[in-house]
Design a protein around this ligand. Structure first.
Ligand code: GDP
Ligand code: IMO
Ligand code: MG
Length: 431
C-alpha cells in the first residue's frame, strides 16, 4: 500500500501544487478529493508556468494518471476550459489520463450567483469567498437536492432535477428582489457539455480500488488548508469542505487504514486570503515585506494575501488533526535578508497562556501571539538543493520549526521552480 496524502497545514496557498508536482514523479495516480476551482495551484517547470484549479497537479507528468474524486465539486464549464488550456500548453489530456468521478457534484451558474449575492449583501461579516459557488453547491449536496455528474446522462431526468433545484433557489432570489433564473437557459449547454466530458466519467472508486495496491504509488492532493476546514478551521471563516487528511478517504472511497503517510505542506511564514482570524498577521512593514518577497497574490482571485510570521501553534494543531508524518517546508527563500525572524510559540488569552487555537470566535479574536525571535541569515538561499548548503541560521530555523510542531521536515522548497527542492526523505519510501 503506497497511498500518500498531501494537505495544507495553514490557510491554503502553502505551495501544495509545487510539492505535489515534485512528488508526482513517482506517482502512478494523483487524486483530488475535496474542494473545487476555489483552489489555485501554480507549478513552475523550467520556463513554463501551469495554473491549475481543478486538475490534480500530477497532470504535468507524462505517465501519471489524474483523477477527480467524488468529494470534489465540479463546475463543468470551468473544467472544460481548464482541460483546453492545459491541452494548449502541450499537455495531452484524454480519457487515458484523466478520470472524473461520476458521483462528484456539479457547480451550476446559480450556485455562483448565490455565492456572490450573499457576499455582496453582507457588511463587515463577509467571508471573502472566491465566488466560485463552492458553499452553495456543498449545501445542496447535504440538502439532498444536488446534481451529480452521472445525472448529466439522462436527458429527461436532468431537466427535472435542474428545475427542482432552480425552483428551490428562485424562492430566495425572489425574496431578495433578485431576478429568478430559468433552468432552460442552462439545460442544453449542460447537456452538450456532459456529452463532451462523457468519455472521462467513471465510477472512480473502482479505479481507486485497483490502485490501492503495493504495486502503485498514489498521491492524494488536498486543496485549501487545515484552518479552512469546515469542522476544524476558523469557522465560519472557512471553506465548505473538510480539508484535513481524513477527507481523502471519504472524497474517493477509501477506508481510514489505507493511508500510509501524510505530508503537511507548510509555508515558512503564514498567509491568509479572505476574512477571519489570523493571530500572527503583521500589517506593518514585516508583513508588507513578506507579501512583496513572496509574491503573495491569490491565483484564483488576484487578491492580496494577508501575511505574518510563522505560527507554530497552528501547525502543531494541524499535525495532530491530520496525523501528519512529515512536513514539506516551502518558501524558505522568502525569509532571505530578514535580520530577525519571529516564530509564534503560544498565545495569550486574557492573562492565561494557551498552546492551541480556541474554537470560539470571540476567543480567537482575543488571543495574542507570543513570539520567540531567531537570527536571520545573510545572503540568498534561492534555488539551493542541498541541506548542507543552507546557512546555519536557516538550519536553526528549520530545526526550531521541527521541534515546535512535533513532526520531521522531509522536504524544503527554495524557489517556485520544480527542481529547487531540498530532498530529505521520500514519503513513498516510508509507506
Ligand atoms: P497552493 O495553493 O498550496 O498550491 O499554493 P499556490 O500555488 O496558490 O501559492 C504558492 C505560490 O508560491 C506559487 O506562486 C508558487 O509558484 C510559489 N512557490 C512555491 N514554492 C515556493 C518556494 O519555495 N519559494 C518561492 N519563492 N515561491 C514558491
Ligand atoms: P488553495 O488550494 C487560500 C478561502 C477563501 C475564503 C474561504 C471560503 O489554492 O490553497 P470558498 O470560495 O471556498 O467558499 O471561500 O476560503 N479559500 C482559499 N484560500 N487557498 C485556497 O485554495 C482557498 N480556497 C478557498 O479565500 O476565505
Ligand atoms: Mg493556492
Amino acid at each position: 500500500m503506497s497511498n500518500v496524502v498531501v494537505i495544507g497545514t495553514q490557510w491554503g496557498d502553502e505551495g501544495k501544487g509545487k510539492i505535489v508536482d515534485w512528488l508526482s514523479e513517482k506517482a502512478h495516480l494523483v487524486v483530488r478529493f475535496q474542494g473545487g476551482h476555489n483552489a489555485g495551484h501554480t507549478l513552475v517547470v523550467d520556463d513554463k508556468i501551469f495554473k491549475l484549479s481543478l486538475l490534480p497537479s500530477g497532470v504535468v507528468r507524462e505517465k501519471t494518471i489524474i483523477l477527480i474524486g467524488n468529494g470534489v465539486v465540479i463546475d463543468p464549464f470551468h473544467l472544460k476550459k481548464e482541460i483546453d488550456e492545459i491541452n494548449n500548453q502541450n499537455i495531452a489530456i484524454s480519457p487515458e489520463n484523466l478520470i472524473i468521478s461520476d458521483s462528484a457534484f456539479l457547480i451550476l451558474p446559480i450556485h455562483q450567483l448565490i455565492d456572490k449575492l450573499r457576499e455582496n449583501k453582507k457588511n463587515d461579516d463577509k467571508i471573502g469567498t472566491t465566488g466560485r459557488g463552492i458553499g452553495p453547491t456543498y449545501e445542496d449536496k447535504v440538502g439532498r437536492r444536488g446534481i451529480r455528474i452521472c445525472d448529466l446522462y439522462n436527458r429527461e431526468d436532468l431537466l427535472i432535477k435542474i428545475s427542482k433545484l432552480y425552483d428551490f433557489h428562485n424562492i430566495w432570489l425572489k425574496a431578495m428582489g433578485e431576478k429568478c433564473l430559468d433552468p432552460n437557459d442552462i439545460f442544453e449547454k449542460l447537456w452538450d457539455l456532459g456529452q463532451k466530458l462523457k468519455a472521462f466519467v467513471q465510477p472512480s472508486w473502482l479505479i481507486i480500488n485497483k490502485y490501492n495496491d503495493p504495486l502503485y504509488n498514489v498521491l492524494y492532493e488536498g486543496a485549501q488548508g487545515t484552518f479552512l476546514d469546515v469542522d476544524h478551521g476558523t469557522y465560519p471563516y472557512v471553506t465548505s469542505s473538510n480539508t484535513i487528511a481524513s477527507q481523502a478517504g471519504i472524497g474517493v472511497g477509501l477506508g481510514p487504514t489505507s493511508i500510509a503517510y501524510t505530508v503537511g505542506i507548510t509555508k515558512a511564514y503564514t498567509t491568509r486570503v479572505g476574512s477571519g482570524p489570523f493571530p500572527t498577521e503583521d500589517t506593518g512593514t514585516d508583513g508588507i515585506e513578506l507579501g512583496k518577497r513572496g509574491h503573495e497574490f491569490g491565483t484564483v482571485t488576484g487578491r492580496q494575501r494577508r501575511c505574518g510570521w510563522f505560527d507554530a501553534v497552528l501547525v502543531k494543531q494541524a499535525v495532530s488533526l491530520s496525523s501528519i508524518n512529515g512536513i514539506a517546508l516551502t518558501k524558505l527563500d522568502v525569509l532571505d535578508g530578514f535580520r530577525e525572524i519571529k516564530i509564534c510559540t503560544g498565545y495569550k488569552l486574557d492573562d492565561k497562556m494557551i498552546n492551541y487555537l480556541p474554537s470560539s470566535q470571540e476567543e480567537q479574536k482575543k488571543i495574542k501571539p507570543i513570539y520567540e525571535v531567531l537570527k536571520g541569515w545573510k545572503g540568498s538561499i534561492v534555488g539551493l538543493r542541498k541541506l548542507s548548503d543552507l546557512p546555519e541560521e536557516a538550519k536553526n530555523y528549520v530545526k526550531k520549526i521541527q521541534e515546535l510542531v512535533g513532526s520531521e521536515i522531509i522536504l524544503i522548497s527554495t524557489s517556485p521552480e520544480r527542481s529547487d527542492t531540498i530532498y530529505i526523505k521520500d514519503p513513498f519510501d516510508f509507506s
